[in-house]
Design a binder for this molecule. Structure first.
Ligand code: CTP
Length: 406
């Protein structure tokens, strides 16, 4: 099979009153120089005529699985091979359900199963439907698969009620699509080492010391870097997250295991993102057998774990080294201090005073020497991941410029 160039955004349009807004999305993409192939579902056709999309996109709209003029070509495979991104705008509860469960009973749902490209979904529906447990479950499955969900907004809905369910602003949808497409090119050839999750330090075979870290930030970074074409090594403490596609995942348990895995791979990396919440302490003498309550120790003796990030800071050569800091007070000053102590190029300071662990969104500050602090307020971890990667790439290109000038 010859490889086709992935040069087209496939825009799926499903049957919902907001379908007309897909025209604006298509126009916005075209203005940015992106070619668009529209796939209109049967119910989508009831809201917008194929001719509108055909005239504006300059390409025939695809709707049927077995169109008479398809010339024996397997159209969904051809379109899947050409797709740089599949965006569904608007996405009904029905298409979310079909994508989540792998039902392929029309062109769009069959195409979805054939696509290896990133997927962006912009749902729109009545707020009762949006809040229904079945829809919530389907969304969770789709998010876990790494798809970008551009969440609907609150406002007046077509059914005459107020609530969440309106298609997101077209600007946000176009921005999300362009972000993913731009992302597709920017890190090819770079090797990125990411650490994620908590570490576990055994007290005895049953009990342990750990932290509330879910690993979501590190996994979002690994996924985003992979999506941008980087080769990614992810060293992860125990989490319940699925392995990101295309990433070299190494699972570890304790801070000591993480240290060995990181030090071994560090010389190979161009960018290191230390999102893991490494345990600072471990029990000095873990018990080989379960501690019984009648032999309760008076205190738990702890030993300090080595600071992996500080070790990397001491031995780094050309790597861009990015640390993280979880802080509850005097956040920025502590961030600057950790950056200096550990010889970092950037630090991402996370305000954990309001219990952000396990959430999909966070507020962080990006600190780099000689630059203004960049604050990302209540953003999704995917957006934060992309901004961190942009900032790391800026550091690489400003070094390159400095060495050309020097
Ligand atoms: N880190 C590490 N090895 C450790 C402890 C922390 O590599 N043994 C890294 C984390 O991956 C993170 C950064 O250090 O990137 C900051 O972690 P944080 O817990 O905020 O700070 P500490 O340096 O441990 O300082 P403190 O707990 O005193 O705030």
């Amino acid at each position: 099979m010859t490889m086709r160039e992935r040069s087209v955004v496939v825009l799926g349009v499903t049957g919902c009153i907001a379908a007309y807004k897909a025209i604006e999305v298509m126009r916005g993409l075209q203005k940015a120089g992106v070619a668009v192939q529209v796939v209109l579902t049967r119910s989508g056709r009831r809201f917008v005529a194929p001719l509108t999309f055909e005239a504006l996109s300059g390409r025939p709209v695809i709707s049927e699985m077995f169109a008479p003029d398809s010339n024996r070509e397997i159209v969904h495979i051809r379109v899947a091979q050409e797709a740089a991104l599949l965006a569904v705008v608007p996405a009904t509860a029905n298409i979310l359900g079909k994508f989540a469960r792998g039902i392929a009973d029309d062109f769009l749902s069959t195409l979805y199963l054939s696509c290896a490209c990133p997927v962006l979904l912009a749902p729109a529906m009545n707020s009762e439907m949006w809040n229904h447990p079945a829809v919530r479950e389907n969304l969770a499955v789709l998010r876990e698969r790494g798809h970008r969900i551009v969440e609907p907004a609150a406002g007046m809905l077509a059914c005459g009620t107020e609530g969440v369910g309106r298609l997101a602003e077209t600007k946000a949808i176009i921005g999300g699509i362009l972000e993913i497409l731009g992302a597709g090119r920017s890190m090819a050839g770079l090797r990125v080492l990411v650490t994620a999750g908590p570490t576990i330090e055994d007290i005895d075979p049953v009990r342990f010391i750990s932290s509330r870290s879910s690993g979501k930030m590190g996994y979002a970074l690994a996924t985003a870097a992979r999506m941008r074409g980087a080769s990614v090594m992810l060293i992860s403490g125990p989490t319940s997250l699925p392995a990101p596609a295309g990433v070299d995942l190494v699972r570890v348990r304790s801070a000591a295991d993480m240290k060995d895995a990181v030090l071994q791979r560090f010389p190979l990396a161009d960018i290191v993102l230390k999102a893991a919440a490494v345990s600072d302490f471990r029990p000095l003498a873990p018990a080989a057998q379960k501690l019984k309550k009648d032999s309760q120790p008076a205190a738990l003796a702890l030993a300090l774990n080595e600071d992996i990030l500080a070790l990397l800071g001491e031995s780094k050569k050309s790597q861009v080294l990015v640390g993280f800091a979880a802080e509850t007070e005097d956040i920025l000053n502590r961030g600057w201090a950790k950056m200096a102590q550990k010889n970092l190029d950037m630090i991402v300071v996370n305000d954990v005073s309001s219990g952000v662990f396990g959430q999909d969104r966070a507020t962080v500050h990006l600190l780099r020497r000689g630059r203004d602090v960049e604050t990302l307020s209540d953003e999704t971890k995917t957006t934060i991941a992309h901004r961190i990667l942009d900032a790391a790439l800026d550091l690489i290109s400003s070094r390159a410029t400095a060495s050309e000038q020097g």
